[in-house]
Design a protein around this ligand. Structure first.
Ligand SMILES: NC(=O)c1ccc[n+]([C@@H]2O[C@H](COP(=O)([O-])OP(=O)(O)OC[C@H]3O[C@@H](n4cnc5c(N)ncnc54)[C@H](OP(=O)(O)O)[C@@H]3O)[C@@H](O)[C@H]2O)c1
Length: 253
């Protein structure tokens, strides 16, 4: 196998959650360009249509399924739909997530639980459903955040806890499933990438944080999609249980 063939995903089937906007769209497109057929999940079914077209324009097959990852039966239904359509699941990108910033003394039970339900529990329901059907050689990529590793000047207890929890989940599933099941489980910790989530920042916030980023700029979603493709296939074949920061160096400062 040549070195470039190790990055090729032809014949593989990938599920991307949160594929209706932002980074999930770039992941779906990147995986399709690398050769994978892609199953798309998110709540806004109409927005998934745009992503579906990007995948088919890349010459791959796509399936869009309205999914709320906070609901375990929805996660099982998404994986069941992938199996019914394609007969296999090789890659899961656990990307669906919500971001909030609420001062700890004001945060309600509902606000905190909603973030954990989507960002952490949703990833576990998806991983469980995929882990039951994935064959050896499969790969799970959890989209954590630099906020799982450090702070960034906003009151984000729920978000940070969910993303740090995802790093622990990654480690544990990697040791549970690495042997006989042959499933690798890794996490990415993105820094700042333009998306609907980062559109919510107050003016000046991003500029202030960029002083901490040695590369001095926000990331291009395609640069994160490239890391997903690397971890998804044989190129990342000996990497499991790891969290890779794709953050322009932010977490070294
Ligand atoms: N952008 C960044 O700089 C950055 C940095 C670090 C980490 N991240 C992480 O990257 C991931 C993607 O974020 P983004 O920046 O691309 O934000 P985004 O544009 O807001 O996208 C979030 C995606 O998650 C989906 N989603 C939210 N709640 C969901 C639910 N209950 N069930 C299913 N899907 C749900 C949304 O779709 P629907 O609303 O249609 O359901 C949307 O497709 C998140 O996990 C985020 O924490 C982003």
């Amino acid at each position: 196998m040549s070195i470039l063939e190790r990055f090729c995903l032809t014949g593989r089937v990938a599920i991307v959650t949160g594929a209706s906007s932002g980074l999930g769209v770039a992941f779906a497109q990147g995986l399709a360009e690398a050769g994978a057929d892609v199953v798309l999940g998110a709540r806004r079914a109409e927005r998934l249509e745009g992503t579906r077209k990007l995948v088919t324009d890349a010459g791959r097959r796509a399936l869009a399924v309205a999914t709320d990852v906070a609901r375990q039966p929805d996660c099982q239904a998404l994986v069941d739909a992938a199996m019914a359509e394609f007969g296999r699941v090789d890659v899961l990108v656990n990307n669906a997530g919500i971001g909030t910033a609420v001062p700890a003394t004001r945060e309600t039970v509902e606000q905190f639980e909603q973030v954990i339900d989507v960002n952490l529990n949703g990833c576990y329901w998806m991983a469980q459903a995929c882990g039951k059907v994935m064959q050896p050689g499969s790969s799970i990529i959890n989209i954590s955040s630099v906020l799982g590793l450090t702070t960034a000047g906003l009151p984000q207890a729920a978000y940070s806890a969910s993303k740090a929890g995802l790093i622990g989940l990654t480690r544990d599933l990697a040791q549970q499933w690495g042997g006989r099941r042959g499933i690798r489980v890794n996490a990415l910790a993105p820094g700042f990438f333009a998306s609907e989530m980062t559109d919510q920042y107050k003016p000046g916030y991003l500029e202030q944080q960029l002083h901490r980023v040695p590369l001095g700029r926000t990331g291009d979603p395609a640069e994160l999609a490239a890391a997903v493709v690397f971890l998804a296939g044989d190129a990342g074949g000996y990497i499991t249980g790891q969290t890779l920061a794709v953050d322009g160096g932010m977490t070294i400062t």
